[in-house]
Design a protein around this ligand. Structure first.
Ligand code: NDP
Length: 336
């Protein structure tokens, strides 16, 4: 549970694990609720916004201090009076950071159609992160074979997949990440053509010029701030920037760092477009089918960083903002 609302970088001590009274493992009579045993929980950067109090919520409601944190997770149905979900089904959607959750609204819940694949993939590759990468790249970036693509926070849950979807399209892909270990993964595991450690680059503009001597056609923005500014200087005419996230600013959304080079949107006729993955949920099953096949054919690879046990969930969540996760950060509540 979140102890109280925060205003700066999140810390492990902002959260605590509490034990509550045992709940009855049955759905209430006359409801359409679903009782879940939570198996895997997703740690996501947007959860930082929800740790602060907002007069007007930013898309998702603020967490309720003292109550279980909510987020996307994978669970097994233990009891159900809902016609679409049966006992024994595996599902993913918005659940609680707790062992068992009573789900009273199943809006945005999906039944898992490929339970033969690792169920944890539905916290990432076959869930929000994967669909964000897929929809963001294909729907927002209008990619063409041979184009030059840049991905920031490239080794993370979303970034590693944007790079792989771009390679499958025949693009030239370069990513940035915050350690030499991650740069190595980008080049040698995820098949990026180039990569750099942004923490070792005194001048991000010079780094992008070195890796993109002819400029960038598509930039998939996960970081914001100085990285976005450097990207704007290196875009080609008629380039596209998909604004997926701005993790460098989430602790400071009241006074985000300024972006100074927006003028180049005009002179280079660049299209910069933000998006929410939920805009595309109506096509989710199509994505699930395509990606499940890519996994089965060995055409896509995925790296997860799994923290074992709810007691390690606060550290796992906070680690996203220090780059401690290597790949998709998730929490294992129970393997079955
Ligand atoms: P990641 O798995 O990429 O984890 C976050 C990573 O961000 C860290 O590992 C770290 O990697 C990097 N990072 C943290 N702080 C900074 C910083 N100050 N400057 C630069 N990099 C930083 O997370 P996700 O893949 O889940 O999310 C990536 C982005 O996508 C986020 O911005 C998120 O909000 C956004 N998103 C947007 C969605 C949408 O619908 N628009 C849906 C899902 C995600 P490193 O070591 O490389 O610094």
């Amino acid at each position: 549970v979140l102890k109280d609302f925060i205003t700066a970088f999140p810390r492990e001590s902002d959260m605590e694990v509490v034990t509550t009274d045992t709940i009855q493992l049955k759905v209430p009579e006359g409801s359409t609720a679903v009782l879940l045993k939570n198996l895997y929980l997703s740690c996501d950067p947007y959860m930082r916004w929800r740790m602060s109090k907002h007069d007007e919520p930013i898309y998702f409601p603020d967490f309720v201090p003292g109550s279980a944190i909510t987020g996307v997770g994978v669970g097994k149905v233990l009891d159900s009076s809902h016609p679409d979900f049966k006992v024994g089904d595996y599902v993913w959607g918005m659940t609680g950071w707790e062992e068992y959750s009573l789900i009273t609204s199943t809006e945005g819940f999906f039944k898992i159609r490929y339970p033969d694949l690792p169920l944890s993939y539905y916290t990432g590759l076959l869930g929000i992160a994967g669909y964000t990468a897929y929809a963001g790249f294909h729907e927002i970036c209008s990619p063409k074979k041979g184009e030059y693509v840049f991905v920031s926070a490239a080794s993370g849950a979303v970034g590693q997949l944007v790079g792989q979807f771009a390679k499958l399209m025949g693009c030239h892909v370069v990513g940035s990440a915050g350690s030499d270990e991650k740069v190595n993964l980008l080049k040698n595991k995820f098949g990026f053509d180039g990569a750099f450690n942004y923490k070792e680059e005194p001048d991000l503009n010079a780094a992008l010029k070195r890796l993109f001597p002819d400029g960038i056609d598509i930039s998939f923005e996960n970081v914001g701030g100085q990285m976005l500014d450097a990207v704007l200087l290196n875009m080609r005419t008629h380039g596209r920037i998909a604004v997926c996230g701005m993790i460098s600013q989430y602790h400071n959304l009241d006074k985000p760092e300024g972006v100074h080079n927006l003028f180049y949107l005009i002179t280079k006729s660049i299209r910069m477009e933000g998006f929410m993955v939920s805009n595309f949920f109506h096509k989710y099953h199509q994505f699930e089918e395509i990606t499940a096949q890519l996994i089965k054919d060995g055409k896509i690879t995925y790296l997860e960083d799994a923290a074992e046990g709810l007691e390690n969930a606060p550290a796992a969540l906070v680690g996203l903002f220090a780059g401690r996760n290597v790949g998709k950060q998730l929490v294992v509540v129970s393997h079955e």
